[in-house]
Design a protein around this ligand. Structure first.
Ligand SMILES: O=C(O)CCC(=O)C(=O)O
Length: 281
């Protein structure tokens, strides 16, 4: 028999027998389009895709999320006038199309290692009177010094129009390249003004925060975040999503919630590929 492992480097290969890695739906996106996305991301740390969702799709998400919006944040970071719903992926299928959107996965396929994970799926409703959130980086809690390549990436989907004064996410363009320092008064920032149904994608090293809402209407968004396959995600979807639900989600989402292996062993269950759990009755 030909042993697939004769050197340590061979351990970086996909050693799965039954459940070989398969390409994500990002492979359906024209590589030239992804090249342009990657160039924008490299330059600015973020990019905006307008109108990826229809008005009906936004309404469907709003209808599902609205009954849960019955509490505000527990601290200034969550936002005392912000309603935040965690673990949306374990609550509803209404946002799956955001999580495994081909434009998002096409970029993640290049930015992160194969079998990257979904780290969070949250709805964020910034109410009138909310002040600007503390600027932060979404992979800042991984204690690895910067400057460095991103360990994570985030999307924020506008379910309402994002305007300059209703809490649109505020970004510090180019801050993904900064050394270890927070934004100061001299640093340029920009609100992500975009119509409902649009998505801003940014790398985990980019400084950003929710904006102040000085209007009389709330701003609803859904954020999906992703991380390298060898890191611990923020939300433990393998614990919160029952197996019968995991059987029904897309192959991409299965892989991203932890039914995948970072070679050779990270994520294995009793020495086997975790997808074998979904084969059991
Ligand atoms: O809601 C927003 O626009 C940004 C929120 C955010 O960055 C966060 O809570 O990590």
């Amino acid at each position: 028999m030909n042993d697939p492992v004769t050197t340590l480097d061979d351990l970086k290969n996909d050693l799965a027998g039954r459940h070989k890695w398969t390409p994500s739906s990002g492979a359906s996106v024209d590589p030239a389009i992804v090249d342009a996305d990657m160039a924008a991301l490299d330059r600015d740390g973020y990019l905006i895709w307008e109108n990826l969702l229809s008005a009906d799709e936004c309404q469907q998400i709003r209808d599902v999320v609205t009954p849960w919006l019955d509490h505000t944040g527990r601290n200034a970071f969550e936002g005392h006038r912000t309603q935040r719903i965690y673990s949306v992926l374990s609550r509803t299928r209404a946002c799956d199309r955001l999580v495994d959107h081909p434009r998002v996965l096409a970029v993640l396929d290049r930015l992160l290692m194969p079998n990257y994970l979904v780290s969070a799926l949250q709805a964020i409703n910034i109410q009138p009177g909310e002040s600007a959130q503390l600027p932060h980086r979404d992979d800042g809690f991984y204690p690895i010094p910067r400057p460095r390549p991103p360990l994570a990436a985030a999307t924020i989907w506008a379910i309402d129009d994002f305007t300059a004064d209703n809490g649109a996410t505020v970004l510090f363009p180019g801050s993904h390249r900064w050394p270890a320092r927070p934004p100061g008064p001299a640093d340029a920032s920009t609100p992500v003004v975009m119509p409902a149904g649009s998505c801003v994608f940014f790398v985990g090293t980019l400084w950003h925060g929710g904006g102040a809402n000085t209007t009389d209407r709330a701003r609803l968004a859904v954020t999906a975040q992703y991380c390298q396959p060898w890191l611990r995600p923020m939300e433990s979807f393998t614990l919160s999503i029952p197996r019968d639900v995991a059987r029904d989600v897309s192959t991409d989402i299965q892989r991203m919630i932890g039914y995948s292996v970072h070679p050779p062993f990270v994520g294995a269950v009793d020495g086997l590929h975790p997808l074998r759990l979904l084969e059991q009755p």
